[in-house]
Design a binder for this molecule. Structure first.
Ligand SMILES: [Zn+2]
Length: 440
């Protein structure tokens, strides 16, 4: 139903450009007309004053200014004086079902239902922080798929979700469960060894509703017993995963801190590198040539080192973070300078949900202009979503006809001080105001 309507709307938009039309095949949908002081033009890079946005049902149909676009007489008006509008923000690396206060052995107490309930709470917190779309890159037993279903079905409040389901990896690697001794035989269901076994895991993700594939290419900070920089999959395994995923129309996000694992994953054709902490200049060059994007969680280090010991992060994990934290920020600066594609990914869930926007200031500190950081969380993030259920590349990331009416309002000057995004006053998702002062 939703799909057929989307096709019709798309065709109509191609046929008539930005002219206001009603979809011929459906009952009239409510019209919403949004105005504010100004809007960040994420493509042009400046402000547009007195914007006016017309939304039909969930999707934007016209964008102009209050001078050239008047409210239709039956439209609901959301007038936001004093506000600066931006597209709803996108965080490309979150774990909605994780509690930032529970790490290490305490995590063993969380059941799958516990995680699902945690996800309900965090989904709302994330939406209220202005993030109207997230890519969830790792959740137990498809709890992220269940969250996506409940949010899209209108049962709970939350962002649009591109769900990775369970992350794939090697036995004993970052995506396995390594806390208990052998007699407990605790193993992740999405861990396998060898190309064909991993192809089966890719297909299993698709079967249970994942939108994309997350793999663990190298060791990690929070996993017990592995080396953070060590490569954990072989070239044949990377190639098999990427081929199987792309055949199913799924993008591949590769967790990778280590220099060689990053390059091997990129050569095999993964779409995004998560963390990319120890990427070298050759890795940056390969990412650019392949059109891959880096999703670097450069705020997270402050939380892990500041709060980690109190929230149960293992001493060996803290040691690993001390090894790579600053190195990752320096790699980020090199990547920005080299012009590699960067998307906004924070690893929320390791640190508290809702604080996602704190990363913007770090991105500016390490070389981006505010508009570059904003693009990483809007138009550029959307580009790397691909085709997913409910929040694909063409659906989000811009305030433009055809996209969802996902809009946020802030009272500051984000193009001068990106920290303005840490306080989001208004959130509109799919044309419905879910946060902010009551308007007309
Ligand atoms: Zn993560």
């Amino acid at each position: 139903m939703r799909k057929s309507h989307r096709v019709v709307t798309g065709l109509a938009a191609i046929a008539v450009g930005s002219v206001l039309i009603m979809a011929a095949d459906s009952a009239p949908k409510p019209l919403t007309y949004v105005t504010a002081d100004r809007m960040v033009d994420v493509i042009g890079g400046g402000y547009i004053s007195s914007p006016a946005i017309l939304i039909e049902g969930e999707r934007i149909i016209r964008v102009g200014t209050t001078r050239d676009l008047a409210p239709p007489k039956d439209a609901r008006v959301i007038a936001l004086p004093g506000m600066t509008l931006l597209p709803g923000l996108i965080d490309m690396h979150v774990h909605l079902t994780s509690d930032a206060k529970v790490h290490g052995y305490a995590g063993l107490e969380a059941s799958v239902p516990d995680s699902a309930i945690e996800g309900v709470k965090n989904a709302r917190t994330t939406l209220m922080a202005g993030f109207t779309t997230v890519r969830n890159v790792g959740a137990p037993s498809y709890t992220d798929v269940a969250l996506r279903k409940a949010i899209n079905g209108g049962k709970i409040e939350g962002p649009r979700i591109a769900a990775a389901g369970e992350p794939l990896g090697a036995t004993g690697g970052h995506c396995d469960k390594n806390l208990l001794p052998a007699e407990y035989e605790q193993t992740s269901k999405s861990v396998a060894d060898g190309p064909w076994a991993l192809v089966a895991k890719v297909r299993r993700q698709a079967k249970y509703g994942a939108d994309l594939i997350k793999i663990c290419a190298t060791g990690g900070v929070l996993s017990k017993g592995d080396s953070v920089g060590g490569q954990q999959l072989d070239p044949e395994e990377f190639a098999a995963i990427v081929t199987a995923a792309h055949r199913l129309g799924m993008k591949v996000a590769a967790h990778a801190h280590g220099t060689e694992g990053i390059k091997a994953a990129l050569i095999a054709g993964v779409d995004t590198i998560e963390h990319a902490s120890l990427i070298d200049d050759e890795g940056i060059k390969i990412a650019k040539a392949k059109g891959a994007a880096l999703s670097m969680d450069i705020y997270n280090d402050d939380y892990i080192l500041g709060e980690g010991a109190k929230v149960g992060i293992l001493p060996e994990s803290l040691e690993k973070e001390r090894m790579i934290g600053q190195a990752q920020r320096d790699s980020f600066a090199r990547g920005v300078k080299a012009g590699v594609k960067m998307i906004f990914g924070t690893d929320a869930g390791v640190y508290p949900h809702g604080d996602n926007a704190r990363q913007f200031a770090y991105m500016v500190k390490y070389g981006m202009t505010p508009i570059q950081a904003i693009r990483a969380a809007t138009v550029n993030a959307a580009e790397m979503l691909g085709t997913v259920k409910g929040a694909g590349s063409a659906d989000v990331g811009q305030i433009a006809p055809g996209r969802f009416g996902d809009i946020i309002g802030v009272s500051g000057d984000p193009l001068n001080d990106v920290r303005a995004l840490e306080t989001v006053n208004v959130v509109i998702k799919g044309g419905v105001q879910v946060k902010g002062p009551p308007t007309l």
